[in-house]
Ligand binder design. Structure first.
Ligand SMILES: [Fe+2]
Length: 304
């Protein structure tokens, strides 16, 4: 079946149709989806009919799936599919979450970020599937880091070409109001990432930054933070961004290495929002049991 891509903005984001993902897909069909991802950075597939298992099966076409971190004293909502990250506002029993610290922790997701940039082993793709959506709000917003890079002033492009930034999950939580100090964050694991991402498949380059980025390596803290702030603000101007609203069954796939995203507000204490995500690791690493996520979180989380 030929894939049809309907652009969401002229350069970035598309709704794709024409391939029935509720059935096993051929390599040729998947190649069309991968091509669409390379071109558009974010693809929306409406009405997939997926459940946890078919979500995982489809996601495996993209590569190694990360195992969601186990959280101490909190059973998984989806124990049969540990590849499913629970991105809902619900407890394991399915009730609306009221734990203040967990709510503040999740608030960090409202800031522009790219998934798992705080890990040395980066995430390539995220596949977010809607199960229950609020009556209002709860969109996901995306930013086109390739077009933003291409539009940057020449001197900024040259400046960031060789720079790296230190990313910490806890820095974005601090920015969102989570009770943690900079000194505590400095004592926890960080990942040092290049500030640009050349994309082999297209020959384009993206800015690789986000709210987990705490400092620029070998640069005074205030200068580094000013540069990070400038890049995030530049890349999130209206011409580089759009929002996706969901109905149950809709799937959004984004390329973490060439985009940023953030969750939109909704009435978190009164409305249920059940979203589930699989995440594909960068590169060709085989799946393995010693996924570093759980170690990362248990080494560094007061909330766990
Ligand atoms: Fe995210």
């Amino acid at each position: 079946m030929p894939l049809t891509a309907t652009p969401i903005t002229p350069r970035f984001g598309a709704e794709i149709s024409g391939i029935d993902v509720s059935k096993p897909i051929s390599d040729a069909d998947f190649a069309q989806i991968k091509d669409a991802m390379n071109q558009w950075g974010v693809c929306v597939i409406r009405g997939t009919g997926f459940d946890n298992m078919s979500h995982v099966t489809f996601s495996r076409h993209f590569g190694h799936l990360e195992t969601a971190p186990a959280v101490k004293n909190r059973p998984r909502r989806h124990p049969d599919t540990p590849e499913i990250f629970d991105a809902s506002n619900l407890t394991p029993a399915g009730e609306i979450l009221v734990d203040e610290n967990m709510v503040l922790h999740k608030k960090g997701d409202r800031l522009w970020h790219t998934d798992s940039s705080f890990m040395d082993m980066r995430s390539a793709y995220s596949l977010l599937l809607a199960y229950e959506v609020p009556k209002e709000g709860g969109l996901t917003y995306f930013a086109d880091m390739r077009s933003a890079y291409e539009d940057l002033p020449d001197d900024v492009r040259q400046k960031i070409a060789t720079l790296k930034a230190d990313h910490s999950l806890w820095y974005s939580r601090l920015l969102a109001g989570f009770p943690i100090t900079e000194e505590e964050i400095d004592g926890r694991p960080k990942a040092r990432q290049p500030m640009i991402m050349p994309q082999e498949a297209t020959g384009r380059t993206a800015i690789y930054i986000g709210s987990h980025a705490m400092d620029v390596a070998d640069m005074p803290r205030d200068q580094g933070r000013a540069l990070i702030k400038y890049l995030i603000e530049f890349a999130t101007q209206p011409q580089y961004t759009f929002g996706v609203s969901y109905q149950p069954g809709d799937l959004v796939i984004w390329d973490n290495l060439t985009t940023m995203h953030r969750g939109g507000d909704f009435d978190i204490f009164n409305e249920r929002r059940d979203m589930r995500r699989t995440t594909v690791r960068e590169g060709d690493a085989p799946e393995h049991a010693d996924d570093p996520f759980t170690a990362y979180f248990s080494a560094s989380s007061p909330a766990n």
